[in-house]
Design a protein around this ligand. Structure first.
Ligand code: 8QM
Length: 406
């Protein structure tokens, strides 16, 4: 038996020995989610000495209550009040108001509906061209040939990055998302070659590396306007590079996976393309790319009869909350006609995903382009999972796109 990392006194709630960062859990979390949801609204994860919540009501309420469940002590397993973060903390994800309010307003302006209208035409042309290419190929790996290609083709250009070195973007994201969990073998493998990758990312965040007019350069405009300082500006550009790729890659991957395994849902989408945007919410509910995040309690708090002391890490199971039958009837069923209002795949409250319009645009355009050309998406062999401490990832997804007869 592995010893718990912390030696907090026995908590006033049920204890679980489940390891949410084990290969078994990450490879197939849903049975474990069910177990965690049914133990109690709040439980203690003995393996790591942290609290956990997996029901929708408590996950959602904790996300909304940022004063009690803060982000400034880290959104990962480490408490920044006790250990120094391996990277300078994010000025968006890992801060609380009032700093957060300021940085967030800069980011939400840059990633606003108006900004999406400006990039929409370029993104659409690229989605159409890519869809045509993969349909012409017929059999593809939907990860290497589609899900990784599209975000990498549109987002770095929109941010205004140079071309050289973009192969560092996905490894960096993979590393950061692993680092929110414990330093297990999955994490260690992802940081084996960290140095040059991290260096390249940090180099891209300075003003002179960013094309004028792009999202990155607009962050620096906010520095000129006196809204943020230089360190905040560079770190906010880093946030775009961290949060903007691996998430959307897996959002697209999970969408293709969902439709490949539910051909009747693809047909339903063809019959009514007005469902495209809401179908992405159902993909997010059913297979959330970001599965978990931590918060830290700023005071003693009672949740559903359990008293959690101050300074405790709480693991919020977003993916489990999205499959809570108390909130979503028949939660295991992927059904694009359901309106999955209230799913927490983008979080909730003041930290809810600020880049979600970009993610929504990318997936809308890819699905729209594929829908025009593809009759059926078929798996040609079993998908291979890629394990990550935070993300629900697919490593390889062999599919056949059967073209529509014209
Ligand atoms: C996750 O660095 C950051 O600001 C940051 C990193 C990761 C995320 C968000 C922000 C949720 C996508």
């Amino acid at each position: 038996m592995t010893q718990p990392i912390h030696s907090t006194p026995r908590p006033a709630c049920p204890v679980s020995t489940i390891d949410p960062f084990s290969d078994a859990f990450l490879g197939d979390p849903y049975g474990f989610h069910e177990e965690l949801r049914e133990i109690a609204p709040v439980f203690w994860l003995e393996r790591y000495g942290v609290y956990g919540m997996a029901r929708h009501a408590e996950v959602q309420a904790s996300l909304m209550d940022w004063e009690t469940f803060c982000s400034g002590r880290g959104a990962g397993i480490e408490d920044f009040a006790k250990v120094k973060s391996w990277r300078p903390p994010s000025k968006l994800l890992e801060v609380d108001p009032p700093i957060h309010t300021r940085t967030r307003s800069v980011m939400s302006r840059i990633l606003s509906p108006a900004a999406m209208r400006q990039v929409r035409e370029t993104f659409t042309a690229r989605a159409d061209a890519l869809a045509e290419a993969v349909v012409a190929k017929g059999e593809i790996d939907a990860i290497k040939d589609l899900a990784e290609v599209f975000p990498l083709h549109v987002f770095p250009d929109a941010v205004g990055l140079r071309s050289e070195g973009r192969e560092n973007l996905l490894p960096f994201g993979n590393m950061v998302f692993n680092s929110f969990g414990p330093p297990n073998a999955i994490f260690r493998e992802s940081v084996a070659n960290a140095k040059p990758v991290v260096q390249w990312i940090y180099d891209q965040c300075s003003r002179d590396m960013l094309r004028p007019g792009g999202f990155g350069s607009q962050v620096w405009d906010a520095f000129d306007a006196g809204e943020i300082d230089a360190e905040e500006a560079a770190t906010l550009v880093r946030s775009m590079l961290t949060a903007g790729l691996d998430t959307t890659v897996n959002g697209i991957a999970n969408a293709v996976y969902a439709f490949a395994t539910h051909p009747e849902q693809w047909r339903a989408l063809r019959d009514d393309p007005s469902l495209i945007r809401q179908s992405f919410d159902e993909v997010l509910r059913w297979e959330a790319p970001v599965q978990t995040f931590f918060r830290t309690t700023t005071r003693e708090v009672e949740v559903a009869g359990t008293t959690i002391p101050e300074g405790e890490k709480v693991l919020l199971f977003l993916g489990a909350a999205n499959r809570d039958h108390r909130k979503f009837p028949e939660p295991e069923r992927f059904d694009i006609r359901r309106r999955p209002i209230g799913h927490v795949a983008f979080g909730a409250g003041i930290h809810s995903c600020v880049g979600q319009l970009v993610a929504r645009l990318e997936v809308e355009l890819i699905l729209t382009a594929l829908l025009k050309q593809v009759d059926i998406i078929e798996l040609t062999s079993e998908p291979i999972r890629k394990l990550n401490n935070t993300l629900r990832c697919i490593g390889s997804l062999p599919v056949r796109f059967k073209p529509l007869a014209h």
